[in-house]
Design a binder for this molecule. Structure first.
Ligand code: MG
Ligand code: MG
Length: 617
């Protein structure tokens, strides 16, 4: 149930992603024309073991005649399992209205079930569902397993059922590992929701939510568990998504977990060294370049905008139509993309070049984590790269490695853009000194995957999740940053974007440059005629109400179209350009003091303003 599709579609996706085995979920088998014996052969051909059959529901603590019927049902399933070559069945704690609150009866019937299974060479793993009628905690299920006292009966620990209830997990490391038959892992976001709805709709792969799966898994391993680390993730998105990429995402989550377990003291040494972790990280430490792709329709407005913003076209790619622009410590590439008839002029962040200590190791790690390299005809042959979940290309660049720029030929001095402003004066830029952040809207369906990609593959740290209301729907954001803030990639997504009514920008992206004096920069941008985003007067009236600002400062910001925000440690002044092409625009920021955010409070202002730019009526 981690993947969408039929059994026949899931198996190749699971095998291709590199998993060792599967659980057979009974509804998949029932809906399949593949016989159990053929399924066994098919899995063997794909190199997959069948580690568990599930679920067996509402077995225990029921009246005697009902239990007799349950055993009859169980025997039929045990026969199917024998054909599958699977010797472990999952029995989950009863939710039946007929269940009786009687631990002695439950233990007695679990013993009988295990005895019946043993006659078929099958063992039973008993799992406490978080919403079980009388048994809903792991320690209660463990207590019943001990009482039942049958060697063919053990427990299944499922991280969701344990952690969603906030159960104390200290005792897990103390249980008899031989009786811990199976371990199912899923993560989940923190939600104030009933456990059943939370479980059915919002489970995530390990490392994509808020649960401490490293600690829980380490305790199971400390107890002596040596079975599979299995994923059991119910999620509305995964259940509708192409199983191929979802399986890769799932596998990456286990590799990331293995990596964390390998340095977890609770994990016994022989297990730690067998975890098969990917090559060590070489995290991104800085931004070498940002590439913006534009089509012919947007080319002129993009070129004019960059000139107006003080960038100088310094070099051109020797083979491709790519221009290299510089200002301060910023390198910006513009590349040509084919027009897309569905959008009014394309313009988007196409690639990021990121500095790291060891580019080759970063690339090897990325591939080990299931990332794919960019398609042939690379922009820069010497730089290894991978494709992010939203298709942005990410290149890894060694420290002080400028060899990549050798594929660019300097533009002859007399061809250089003189950088003249509207008045014909020349100047050396407008005071933009560094790339501050590159903000990218993610498809809703890959928002959580993108977090894990930028954390594990690129080596950035996830900041807190923010949600804010905006004119065209609630937005969810999470910035991925290097510890010193040299690389900042705020990711955002529209929640549940459905239907055709999408008057706002689709998937907006922006590239933000840092200025040390944004007032001076803004004056130069205004005098150069750069198309800046218009800010309504109501915004400044609100600023004056919320903050005790001097009237002169406020008047100047209003003239220049500056936005303002403040947090506990500093202030942000920023401005936006209009949108170029389908979805990209630029921002200038000045961080004053220790301001670490991105002006999310002002996002509705620029979303509404960009909408007015496109639809002036
Ligand atoms: Mg489970
Ligand atoms: Mg921004």
């Amino acid at each position: 149930m981690c993947l969408a599709g039929t059994l026949e579609m899931k198996l190749p996706a699971i095998a291709a992603a590199g998993f060792d085995g599967i659980e057979v979920f009974e509804p998949d088998l029932i809906a399949s024309p593949t016989s159990p014996a053929d399924l066994r052969r098919r899995c063997a051909d794909l190199g997959l073991s069948i580690d568990l059959y599930q679920p067996m529901r509402d077995m225990e603590a029921v009246p005697a005649e009902e239990f007799a019927a349950n055993l009859r049902r169980a025997r039929a399933k045990f026969a199917v399992m024998q054909q599958l070559g699977c010797d472990l069945v999952l029995a989950c704690s009863s939710v039946a209205p007929t269940a009786i609150d009687d631990d002695d009866l439950a233990a007695e019937q679990l013993h009988a079930l295990a005895e019946c299974a043993a006659e078929h060479g099958i063992r039973v793993a008993y799992e406490a569902l978080a919403w079980g009628r009388y048994v809903n905690t792991w320690d209660h299920s463990w207590d019943l397993v001990r009482r039942a006292d049958h060697p063919g009966l053990g427990i299944c620990l499922d991280s969701f059922h344990i952690l969603a209830r906030g159960s104390d997990t200290a005792g897990i490391a103390e249980i008899d590992g031989n009786r811990l038959f199976f371990l199912q892992l899923s993560d989940a976001p923190t939600l104030d929701l009933g456990v059943l709805a939370w479980s059915r709709h919002h489970r995530l792969y390990p490392g994509q939510g808020a649960f401490d799966l490293v600690d829980l898994t380490a305790k199971a391993l400390a107890a002596g568990y040596r079975g599979p680390l299995s994923l059991e993730v119910f999620n509305d998105v995964f259940r509708q998504a192409d199983p191929g990429p979802t399986a890769v995402d799932a596998r990456r989550s286990l590799l990331a977990l293995a990596e964390d377990l390998a340095v977890e003291p609770l994990v016994p040494e022989p297990v730690r060294s067998r975890l098969g972790v990917p090559p060590a990280a070489s995290p991104a430490t800085g931004c070498a370049f940002c590439e913006v792709g534009i089509d012919a329709a947007s080319s002129e407005s993009m070129t004019n905008l960059l000139r107006g913003m003080g960038f100088r076209a310094e070099a051109r790619h020797v083979k491709q139509d790519v221009t290299l622009w510089r200002q301060g410590g910023i390198t910006l590439l513009t590349s040509s993309e084919d027009a897309d008839p569905r959008v009014p002029g394309r313009g988007q962040v196409a690639a990021l070049g990121l500095y790291c200590a060891d580019a080759d190791r970063a690339a090897q790690r990325a591939l080990a984590l299931g990332a794919v390299p960019p398609a042939p005809e690379p922009l820069i042959d010497s730089l290894p790269g991978v494709v992010a979940p939203d298709a942005t290309r990410i290149y890894f660049c060694g420290p002080d490695d400028s060899s990549w720029s050798s594929v660019f030929e300097p533009v002859a001095e007399h061809d250089r853009d003189p950088g003249a402003n509207a008045a014909g004066e020349t100047w050396d830029g407008v005071g933009l000194v560094a790339l501050d952040h590159v903000s990218m809207t993610q498809p809703f369906d890959s928002f959580d995957e993108a977090r894990q990609f930028y954390a594990r593959v690129v080596g950035l740290q996830a900041q807190d999740l923010v949600e804010y209301a905006a004119p065209f729907g609630l937005l969810r954001g999470r910035a991925m940053c290097s510890p010193d803030g040299a690389v900042r990639i705020p990711l955002s997504t529209s929640l549940v974007r459905r239907g055709g009514w999408t008057p706002g920008l689709r998937g907006p992206q922006h590239v933000a440059f840092r200025s040390e004096d944004i007032v001076a920069t803004a004056r130069r941008l205004r005098s150069a005629g750069v198309p800046l985003m218009e800010v309504p007067d109501n915004y400044y009236a609100d600023l004056a109400a919320r903050f005790d600002l001097s009237p002169d400062r406020l008047a100047e910001w209003r003239r220049l179209g500056l936005l303002y925000d403040r947090d506990g440690s500093g202030e942000l002044l920023h401005l936006y350009t209009q949108v170029i092409g389908s979805r990209v625009f630029f921002e200038v920021v000045q961080r004053i003091g220790g301001y670490e955010g991105y002006g999310a409070a002002n996002a509705p202002i620029h979303i509404a303003a960009h909408h007015r730019q496109r639809h002036p009526d």
